[in-house]
Design a protein around this ligand. Structure first.
Ligand code: NAD
Length: 237
């Protein structure tokens, strides 16, 4: 994390009239929630295409249920960190207009972010995969069938191969078009269509990630942990 990069980003934030933040799983690793693709990520042990897809619900519900039960239970023992709180505070101060997130953990909302577009849904709500009616976390954890139709229960997340909620995606594109600065934090930008969003801005683009990346798409790249970078920035704003 280089001091002059932080100075540069704080300057960009002060100059920007419409800053949008886009976060991914790396935003929550410092809360103890593993991401998907980095070296200690969930997907080094389990293949996401085998689990987080709608076909698995029909073909191997045991595997699907085990994986998501583990994720829900892990989440219940973790909390948002100062980085989540700083972003929420920046929104209150007008330094951030909108937060777009791929995260399903709900930490941004718990930390107080209000103008948030959770493009991949939430793992804190549950529904029937067949009739779509709401279910409780307890029914999901205890592997109960849907009380209305007997179908399999699932968290309200977007699985691989499923479409994003169109209205949220459209709102995200509108926000990006309005933006004068987009700050991308803790995402590998490998999941479509979110991966396309940063380049839709006419403003500046900044990439914050703990792994070093060679990219020409961004005006500024800051290598460091999300929470540390956000705390260091906060002292400059
Ligand atoms: P990803 O695993 O593909 O990439 C995470 C990125 O964050 C990597 O580039 C990694 O280097 C970086 N990173 C890890 N820890 C970091 C830290 N402390 N500070 C800065 N950078 C850090 O995750 P993604 O790009 O968000 O992939 C998208 C999919 O992953 C989405 O569908 C999302 O729903 C899902 N996901 C969500 C959660 C969550 O809600 N917490 C957790 C795992 C996966």
């Amino acid at each position: 994390m280089r001091e002059n990069n932080l100075d540069q980003l704080s300057k960009l934030m002060k100059q920007s009239s419409y800053t949008v933040i886009l976060t991914g799983a790396g935003m929550s690793t410092e809360s103890g929630i593993p991401d998907f693709r980095s070296s200690q990520g969930l997907w080094t042990k389990i293949d996401p295409m085998q689990v987080a897809r709608p076909e698995t619900i029909e073909e191997n519900y045991k595997l699907f249920h085990e994986f998501y039960k583990m994720r829900v239970e892990t989440l219940n023992t973790k909390n948002p960190h100062d980085g989540h709180r700083i972003i929420a505070d920046w929104e209150k101060r007008g330094l951030v207009k909108t937060l777009i997130t791929q995260n399903v953990d709900g930490f941004h909302q718990l930390a107080g972010s209000q103008k948030i577009l959770p493009l991949h849904g939430t793992i804190r709500e549950f529904r029937c995969h067949h009739c779509q009616k709401k279910a409780t976390e307890s029914d999901f954890i205890h592997k109960k069938p849907c009380q209305y139709c007997g179908g399999p229960l699932r968290p309200n997340v977007v699985l691989f191969g499923e479409s994003l909620p169109m209205s949220l995606l459209e709102q995200a594109m509108v926000e990006i078009h309005k933006s004068t600065l987009v700050i991308v934090i803790g995402t590998s930008l490998r999941v479509y269509p979110v991966s396309q969003l940063p380049e839709m801005t006419k403003g500046k683009k900044v990439f914050i990630n703990r792994e070093s990346v060679a990219t020409t798409l961004f005006d500024l790249v800051i290598q460091g942990n999300a929470q540390e970078v956000l705390m260091a920035l906060e002292t400059r704003l």
